[in-house]
Design a binder for this molecule. Structure first.
Ligand code: COI
Length: 355
């Protein structure tokens, strides 16, 4: 990336939300990063500008054919005011995999990490410091060319916005209730399931609405071919502790390759806890439950961090896990992961990046 990043600071700073009223992704900071792409010219005009609405042609292709890719990561500020990002290189790597899948132009990953550091530094006063709070970072790319022809757009916009957040789930670290979806399908092999694209989430909303009506917060997706094997939850990857061993669905092309998932696997291995990445059928999981072998279940994700799962409903079989209490391993992982993210624990993997 040859062009210079320009920074224009706002004259009108917004009022920051009270720390007990953050919620998730509803407040936005004073600035944002934008960069444009034009076929033949490449990515150009990277800039940090005051946060503002985007002006797009109503015929912009993102509105019609859905070329939209996004990422999610966080910045953490500790009590001394040090600001850290967690594995940001991995997010821009994954963004490139998603862009490639959607026939969208690739980005310069190193430049993006540097640009993000500058954006976070400009808005660092927005990063909350209380336990469990952070600055959620949402980079996204959309197709902007006005055209109704079904083909890849010739122009794009990359934007990064920032949002001070608390816990993703309203109940904080309380175990979540999950409904195993049997009717709708999230992804099939060869589709876009392992890419972080907007359409994957839109297609999952109906199941989520129906699960909510039944009293469940999230949906657990099964494979799209046999409707048997566990894939992921709407907003996180899943893990199960069964007789001292930790199981998680093996990446198969239709599961999102979570960065927190990968970090969790590395931590568990480092602790000498056996982790098995494999095809896990609901039937096997239910058998483990009935036999009293299903000790803990938890989800992993940037937004979800490490979230305990307390109740899993599969075809009317209700599985109450660990008495709907957060398990010991789940707690240990949460503490280690957030300890590294906030710079409070030794980061032997070199995941934490100072801003
Ligand atoms: C994340 O964990 O960052 C996600 O993107 C999941 C969800 C909020 C869409």
């Amino acid at each position: 990336m040859e062009c210079q990043l320009t920074i224009t600071r706002t004259e009108q700073k917004k009022e920051k939300p009270a720390s007990d009223k953050l919620g998730f992704g509803v407040h936005f900071t004073d600035h944002m990063f934008t960069m444009d792409y034009t076929e033949g010219k490449g990515w150009h005009d990277p800039q940090i500008v005051p946060y503002s609405p985007l002006t797009l042609d109503p015929a912009a292709m993102v509105f019609h054919y859905g070329q939209a890719v996004f990422e999610g990561l966080k910045a953490y500020r500790n009590q001394e005011g040090k600001v850290r990002l967690f594995r940001p290189d991995q997010n821009f790597k994954r963004m490139n995999r998603s862009l490639e899948r959607m026939s969208m132009p690739l980005i310069d990953e190193e430049f993006m990490v540097e640009a993000l550091k500058q954006l976070v530094a400009v808005d660092k006063d927005w990063i909350p410091t209380e336990s469990g709070q952070s600055l959620y970072i949402r980079p996204f790319v959309i197709a902007t060319e006005p055209c109704f022809g079904v083909r890849a757009s010739y122009t794009y916009k990359l934007v990064i916005v920032l949002s001070p957040v608390g816990a993703y789930y309203a109940g904080g670290m309380q175990p979540v209730k999950i409904y195993v979806e049997n009717n709708y399908v999230r992804a099939v092999r060869g589709g876009t399931g392992n890419a972080k694209v907007a359409g994957n989430y839109a297609g999952g909303l109906k199941a989520q609405v129906e699960a909510k009506e039944k009293g469940y917060e999230q949906v657990l997706w099964l494979d799209g071919v046999e409707n048997k094997y566990i894939e992921e939850v709407g907003s996180m990857n899943v893990f199960f502790k069964v007789k001292g061993e930790v199981w998680t669905p093996a990446l198969n092309g239709s599961i999102l390759e979570g960065i927190t998932r990968d970090s969790t696997i590395q931590l568990l291995k480092d602790w000498g806890i056996p982790v098995v990445e494999k095809r896990i059928s609901m039937e096997d999981l239910h058998t483990a439950y009935v036999n009293g072998d299903l000790e803990e279940a938890f989800g992993t994700g940037t937004a979800a961090v490490i979230s305990p799962v307390g109740d899993l409903n599969w075809n009317g079989h209700q599985m109450i896990i660990n008495g709907e209490k957060t398990g010991e391993l789940t707690t240990k992982l949460y503490e280690e992961m957030t300890g590294i993210q906030y710079g409070e624990r030794v980061d032997k993997f070199g995941w934490s990046v100072e801003v």
